[in-house]
Design a protein around this ligand. Sequence first.
Ligand code: FAD
Length: 294
Amino acid sequence: MTTVLQRIRSDRPVFSVEFMPPRDQADERRLWNAIRELEGYDPAFVSVTYGAGGSSRDRTIRTTGRVARETTLVSMAHLTAVGHSVAELRNVIGWYAALGIRNILALRGDPPGDPNGPWVAHPDGLNYADELVALVRELGDFCVGVAAFPYGHPQSADIDADTANLLRKFRAGADFAIAQLFFEPEDFLRLRDRVAAKGCESLLLPGVMPLTTPKILAKTVELSGAPVPARIAARLDPLVGDAAAFRAEGIDLVTEVCERLIAEGVPGLHFYTFNRAKATREVVGRLGLVPSRA
Ligand code: FAD
């Protein structure tokens, strides 16, 4: 079965897409429309995020399994340590294996309720993502990814401590990392430089989200932990009252960022889709990352 690492170690840049587990039936239909629309574009892999609660977690397992079973796509499941004992984590990893999933993104996760609150591990659980990487590795022949943070994780003491943590996750057995959202190509490239300066050659994928609406822009600020740079604000702020113009400029901006990253040799671009295909299709189409038959 194909791994994410095999797909991203390609002689040309690839793209991948991230979905969230559907909340209800309408959401499930929307998600599957998006998956089917993107299938013909040959993404390198499709990942499904892992929620905070039981039912959303069941939906992640179900959706990832269905992608593996019913599509031609390579499926990657996210997994977090939040609220799980080690025995439960072993059980979920066993489910993933039984569903034919070979790729896992191993994460600590955020504290439920307040994502910025203090982290409290399950009494019989794990403290940090590197421990989860080691557990997944111990339990099977998985390809394992981890999270990376261009501006540093908000709870890291400083950028050096953050780099040390990413290296710890690679040493624990991670095969590649996907970066949290960022605004400028240089923000990602500096992260790549920090890792390379430590002698680590593991692959890093930039996380990308087309800036289609002011709400998505605000979400990027929230997830990245960085304010909108003046250069980008100057292009988008005047268009806030004109949805079509904002969307067109936001797609232009993100396409330019991706072009620069490709020119800098990134192995792939990981798109956060919010379960919609259109904006991702537009950007990867403009970048020429799709097979000619799509
Ligand atoms: P870790 O690598 O464990 O780091 C967390 C913090 O602990 C960092 O500040 C780190 O420096 C510090 N730290 C680590 N090890 C040590 C140590 N030994 N001693 C002291 N400090 C240490 N969240 C979800 O809930 N579900 C998802 O599906 C999901 N998908 C994501 C996908 C991507 C691509 C990204 C970038 C993030 C995703 N997240 C998801 C969010 C992620 O769970 C949070 O950002 C979380 O706060 C950090 O997770 P981590 O795996 O990076 O944790």
